[in-house]
Design a protein around this ligand. Structure first.
Ligand code: FES
Length: 115
C-alpha cells in the first residue's frame, strides 16, 4: 500500500467535496467529502455503469444542499457517510471506499494499492 498526499484538512471545508488524481492518471480518480466534521473518501467511479466518473465538472460531487453524493450521468444519489446508493438506477449498490490516513499536523493521504 502507498500513501498519496491529497491536501491539508483545512483545505476541505464542511459540506465540500474535492476530487483528486493521486496517481497522476490525468483525471480525478477519487474524491473526498467532509460532512459533520468527518472525512469520507470514495473512488470516482459510479457502480451503475462501468466505472463512470461522477462529477459533471471539477469537484461537483454533491447535491445543492450538500446532503448527498450525486452521479451526474443518471442522477444516482449516495449517502455521504456510507457510499450506499439510496435513490436511482443502482439502488442498494455502493461506492468503493478509499482509506485515508491523517498525518500531523493536518495532512490527508489516500491509502491505495501500488500500481
Ligand atoms: S453512471 Fe452513475 S447513475 Fe448511471
Amino acid at each position: 500500500m502507498a500513501h498519496h498526499y491529497l491536501c491539508k484538512g483545512s483545505d476541505l471545508a464542511e459540506g465540500c467535496a474535492r476530487g483528486f488524481d493521486p496517481r497522476g492518471e490525468g483525471a480525478d480518480t477519487i474524491f473526498v467529502v467532509r460532512k459533520d466534521g468527518r472525512l469520507h473518501a470514495y473512488r470516482d467511479a459510479c457502480p451503475h455503469y462501468g466505472d463512470t466518473p461522477m462529477a459533471w465538472r471539477k469537484d461537483a460531487y454533491l447535491d445543492g444542499a450538500a446532503t448527498r453524493i450525486v452521479c451526474s450521468a443518471h442522477g444516482a444519489q449516495f449517502a455521504i457517510d456510507t457510499g450506499i446508493c439510496t435513490l436511482g438506477p443502482c439502488l442498494g449498490q455502493a461506492l468503493t471506499p478509499v482509506p485515508l490516513a491523517i498525518a500531523a499536523p493536518d495532512d490527508i493521504y489516500a491509502v491505495m494499492e501500488e500500481t
